[in-house]
Design a protein around this ligand. Sequence first.
Ligand code: CO
Length: 150
Amino acid sequence: MAIRNVVQVGDDVLRQKCKPVEVFDEKLHLLLEDMKDTVKQEQGAGLAAPQVGLLHRLAVVDVEEGYFEFINPVIIQQKGEQTGWEGCLSVKGKSGIVSRPMKVTLSYQDRFGEKHILKAKGFFARAICHELDHLDGVLYIDKASHIEKN
Ligand code: CO
């Protein structure tokens, strides 16, 4: 287990589309353990694979509701809207106001390849949307109506 270096905005790896995860092996588990250590150390709400330099469709989310690993996640339903502050471990020292769905239903696989459906709302839903954007090369600063330095 180790803390990985978090890639910062300007690096091309943050702007690419990630590829689906097909192999659920020990190597994947080690990556997830490192991402868990890293997001906890950096006190982030989430971390996506491109942020540690890897173009895999996976992200971790660490919020009030708990710690989650989402492999090949897809939003299958969304409802409502919320507007609020957001930050990103790859955009240090800034926050921005972003509109997101209030509720999302997510389909994803766990580290063993098992499929799950999860419903999230509020900040949890915001964190999921933010991390999923990373998997398509999108950063919150692309969507923010306003950005401030912290
Ligand atoms: Co981010």
